[in-house]
Design a protein around this ligand. Structure first.
Ligand code: NAD
Ligand code: ZN
Length: 349
């Protein structure tokens, strides 16, 4: 088992290893304040696979399992309310514990439920997708979507522990593994050339625990500098400025990871063509294609600008972009809207 400390205001441990779900109960016992009861929130794909294992390990706690329908389309205020009502009906109190058992959707929603239930209580992340293990479960962002946009209601709320059982990845579709790989390549591109080389190898999944651990460390390094996402943390947006626009333009036909793959290639090409970097996008294209990820879409500059500026309007007429100087290092640059238009145009294939 690997262990990484995240030293936020209330420090927490990220534990990574095969079979950890069976130890969930014992690990919860090790918390400084033991909860009286545990609310396990999962989804309709993960529950049938792993809820029993979790319940078995929680047998010393009063607990229940609440299962939401799987999928981003259910990451809504309605589902949130249903989760909160299940907690009230099971007489969960602020001194108890929420366990998020699932991917980023469950993590974001159960995390947000724990942030607002009785003005806030503790929760544990048990990420079961590669994407949520390397990204969503660390950093303390929780949210639900509105019809007007993703993640529009949420809170910063750090988990009391992250418990990542890497055995659960065995039941993931290849496309979901690829989604996680996209975020790993992002971390590698902005912060770790060696990780980039590891990801380029055919057998990159052979030591997945080490990969998850390294990604948690990278995310930690950006998050700790900037818990509330106003400065350095924006570096984690590499591939996301254009990627979010591509995701919305596709009407979410592209998954988040697929859109980020396209976004990283377009942002690198844009920066190169505008003379902001000497890094060519070829290495990124090669590694992403090998993972089965797309690297181009047939959106026009207008399409992308429409969605990208909708996303960024709040920030007073300028957009911060992430410029990779070389693999393993990046910097932030603010572009006014005129320059951002040129940037998007330059990013097209
Ligand atoms: N809070 C953050 O910092 C942060 C960061 C990145 C992404 N996110 C959020 O995370 C979400 C995406 O996360 P995701 O890709 O994990 O999506 P997800 O939770 O929808 O999981 C993807 C699919 O895999 C299924 N699944 C999960 N674990 C499984 C397993 N072990 N075996 C079989 N099937 C399994 C799910 O039911 C779902 O159908 C988005 O809502 C995004 O906004 C949040
Ligand atoms: Zn992302």
């Amino acid at each position: 088992m690997r262990e990484i400390m995240i030293d936020t205001n209330e420090p927490y441990r990220v534990l990574i290893g095969g079979g950890l779900l069976r130890d969930a109960g014992a690990l919860i016992q090790s918390l400084e304040r033991k909860p009286g009861a545990v609310a396990v929130i999962t989804d309709s794909h993960v529950g049938p696979l792993y809820a029993e294992r979790m319940e078995e390990s929680l047998k010393d706690f009063r607990h229940y399992v609440y299962t939401v329908d799987a999928g981003e389309e259910n990451k809504t205020p309605e589902t949130l309310i249903a989760i909160l009502r299940s907690m009230a009906q099971h007489e969960i109190t602020r001194a108890d514990l929420v366990v998020a058992l699932g991917g980023g959707v469950v993590g974001d929603m159960a995390g947000f439920a724990s942030a607002v239930y009785q003005r806030g209580m503790r929760f544990i992340q048990c990420p079961t997708t590669l994407l949520s293990a390397v990204d969503a479960s660390v950093g303390g962002k929780t949210a639900v979507d509105l019809p007007e946009g993703k993640n529009l209601i949420g809170a910063f709320h750090q988990p009391a522990m992250v418990l990542c059982d890497t055995d659960t990845f065995q039941t993931l579709d290849p496309a979901r593994i690829a989604d996680g790989a996209a975020e790993i390549v992002k971390h590698a591109a902005i912060a770790d050339e060696k990780l980039f080389d590891v990801m380029a190898a055919q057998d990159w999944q052979s030591d997945i625990d080490a990969i998850v651990a390294r990604n948690v460390e990278i995310k930690r390094s950006f998050v700790l500098q900037d818990e509330h996402d106003l400065g350095q943390r924006q570096m984690l947006n590499f591939g996301h400025t254009i990627g979010h626009a591509v995701e919305a333009w596709s009407r979410f036909r592209l998954s988040h990871g697929q859109a980020v793959a396209v976004g990283m290639v377009m942002e690198t090409r844009a920066a190169r063509r505008l003379g902001m970097t000497e890094l060519a996008e070829d290495a990124l294209i090669g590694i992403l294609e090998a993972k089965g990820l797309p690297t181009a879409v047939d959106a026009t500059a207008e399409d992308i600008l429409e969605f990208a500026t909708r996303d960024k309007k709040r920030q007073s007429g300028a957009v911060t972009v992430v410029v990779p100087d070389r693999i393993g290092h990046a910097r932030l640059e603010r572009l006014d809207m005129g320059r951002f238009r040129q940037y998007v145009e330059a990013g097209l294939p």
